[in-house]
Design a protein around this ligand. Sequence first.
Ligand code: PEP
Ligand code: MG
Length: 325
Amino acid sequence: QQAGLANLVGQNTLTKDGREIKLYANIELPSDVDKVRDVDADGIGLFRSEFLFLNRTHLPDENEQFEAYKSVAFALKGKPVTIRTLDIGADKSLSTDDYVVSPNPALGLRAVRYSLARPDMFLTQLRAILRASAYGQIKLLLPMISGVEQLRAALVLIEQAREQLREANIPFDTRMAIGVMVEIPSAVLVLSSLLPLIDFVSIGTNDLTQYTLAVDRADADVAHLYNETHPAVLELIARTIITARKAKKSVSVCGEMAGDTKLTRLLLGFGLREFSMQPAQILAVKSRVMNSSAKKMRKLADAVLECSEQAEIRACLKQINALNM
Ligand code: PEP
Ligand code: MG
């Protein structure tokens, strides 16, 4: 089977009915790009930049970050590289911070909230990302956006970073795409007010599941309640894809669901055309896509959205996946 999958490297990812699907990779460190090249991903859909900051006594300065981002941009040779700004807090904390566990870390000063609370640190990262954008196709992704004021506040800082670079005559891509992670239910509900301000969205199904169901994704005692195919979660995912596509903004899924071959057909049926996952999953998902018709999936995905019980959803998915199409 492994040999069969290896044959897919270099082939276009087309559904049986000829839709082109983009399969991107999730990475944590620049050294992960080898795995991305091995499977010939269409680019990087999620670079979790916080891994450059973890487990060290001095945080990376602007130049160190710039070199790291630039090296990934070079390695990808013009393919998109989506860099997510620092997603620190919750389960990941900086060893340089005076670390006091907040009462509820997953609901605390995390991700973009953390960056907005430390504008100097955020500006340093934004300048590093912008500088790297002169050397490839960099896209910037903001994690944990919950509403429009917060998005605007982040955009103001991005503009400030651009201004600082202009003043210093440092080149950057003035048209670098900016997107948000949709991983809090509020972002789904107000998505139409976010979309005019951004170029793309990426659905973080790991956190979207956690926050929709109020189930800590890292707590073993409630792991049995963590369910990515809960009807409420599926409804939010489908709604995000439809709303974004209507507004002609690109939309991907970058949570674990994107790499789960049991869910590939369902996501195609929701209208998803861009998936981002661990590099090791790319060829298996590619094979699944190439064996599926996107158009035929549509009705079947609608039927899944009509289900209210978990057992029904499981049965429906089983049926969809068994179809020879
Ligand atoms: C997600 O929440 O689905 C996601 C991709 O981000 P992370 O897993 O890094 O929180
Ligand atoms: Mg997340």
